[in-house]
Design a protein around this ligand. Structure first.
Ligand SMILES: *Cc1c(COP(=O)(O)O)cnc(C)c1O
Length: 380
């Protein structure tokens, strides 16, 4: 700054203080390390095919010609595409456009839910171990976040009785159930979801079922989407980040009663879904045949990885997701295991209670690299 600047002040500059409750808080940060086998954030390892990449480029080019204008604030065409996709995927009748909502990742969808339906004096309830971001949405929106532990490892199950008792004790305004759960990979018995819905109904509470990994569930595991028609206070959230291999596109969505969606239209920032985002999402949905075929490959790789870990003697949780939650062999230190894998080019995640670790399902090549690295680092 020039010495004679008229903006210069006599006192040394002090930065504005953060909100008290944010002092010393670190931002969300799974390491983004450049390694040959990144298996730490549950991404889909398959990049778009050449045909899909070309279609995406064409769609973005078309959107580019109109970028001087604000995008469709209600993203109606995208909501209609999402509605027909959901009907196809779960066998439910296509929900009306007004029952579907989307935002920049299901993180933003959930944030908007807590903005509109949480808030000071309100409580949200979750079950541990859970996705690390839930308490942050609550903190941002001044919602009280309370937790109850899930059942014993390695199933980490919940029973209808546990959920009903937790709701009676904490009297939450919002309950978040994650199925399949992150970080455990385990899906909930639909009876648990029904019990939560029943316990919340008399107090007009909201039940959010986070199905970020819904498409990866095993044969015969139902989706909470099937309960929507009989449960007006149920919200089911999904994302294009995992099954649709679109983590970089930032598109998450939900289905709920149109009356609930109306509350989200109040708190969303104007034009929150860019024209580019809408075009990218619609193009990926049009290629769903190809993308969901890759989900089938990942589910088979996942089942094989669970079986392989169990055969080696690892404690491993059953998985309905695109990752596997497991422990190193008896007595092994999880951080040493994590570091040994990283030294061999395989990045996984230390998450939840030690010694549990989570590995995302990668390409067959990634998974082979993980298996041979683990054999070296954690020998039998
Ligand atoms: C990955 C994930 C999400 C979604 O993330 P977005 O990329 O924001 O859509 C939501 N919930 C859980 C439990 C997740 O693991």
């Amino acid at each position: 700054m020039p010495a004679d600047s008229s903006l210069q002040t006599a006192a040394p500059t002090r930065l504005p203080a953060r909100r008290d409750d944010l002092l010393g808080v670190e931002p969300y940060g799974a390491p983004q390390i450049d390694v040959p086998h990144p298996l730490n954030v549950n991404e889909n390892p398959f990049g778009p095919s050449a045909a899909l990449a070309a279609d995406l480029a064409r769609a973005v080019q078309q959107a580019a010609a109109g970028l001087n204008r604000y995008p469709d604030r209600e993203f109606t065409a995208l909501r209609a595409d999402l509605a027909s996709y959901l009907a196809e995927e779960s066998g439910i009748p296509a929900p009306p456009v007004e029952a579907v909502w989307a935002a920049n990742g299901s993180n933003e969808v959930m944030h908007q839910l807590l903005l509109a339906y949480g808030g000071p004096g309100r409580t949200a309830l979750g079950f541990t171990p859970h996705y690390s971001m839930y308490p942050e949405y609550a903190r941002d929106t001044f919602t009280r976040w309370v937790t109850v532990p899930r059942g014993a490892a390695p199933e980490f199950a919940l029973t209808p009785e546990q959920v009903t008792a937790a709701i009676a004790e904490h009297e939450p305004d919002i309950v978040v159930l994650t199925s399949p759960n992150n970080p455990t990979g385990t899906a909930l018995d639909p009876a648990v979801i029904r019990a939560a819905a029943e316990a919340l109904a008399p107090r007009a509470g909201m039940l959010v079922v986070d199905e970020a990994y819904g498409e990866f569930r095993r044969e015969g595991v139902p989706s909470a989407l099937e309960l929507l028609s009989e449960t007006p206070h149920l919200v089911v959230t999904r994302t294009m980040s995992k099954a649709f291999a679109l983590a970089g596109g930032r598109i998450g969505y939900l289905v709920a009663d149109p009356g609930i969606v109306d509350g989200l239209r109040v708190v969303r920032l104007p034009y929150h879904l860019s024209a580019v985002t809408q075009a990218v999402a619609r193009t990926a949905l049009a290629h769903r045949g190809e993308l969901l075929a890759q989900v089938a490959v990942l589910r088979a790789e996942r089942d094989a990885l669970v079986a392989w870990l169990a055969a080696r003697g690892h404690v491993v949780a059953p998985s309905d997701a695109n990752f596997v939650y497991f422990q190193p062999l008896d007595g092994a230190d999880r951080h040493r295991t994590w570091q040994g894998l990283l030294d061999r080019g395989v990045l996984i995640r230390e998450v939840g209670e030690a010694p549990w670790m989570r590995v995302s399902v990668g390409t067959p090549d990634d998974n082979a690299a993980f298996r041979s690295a683990l054999e070296e680092v954690d020998p039998r």
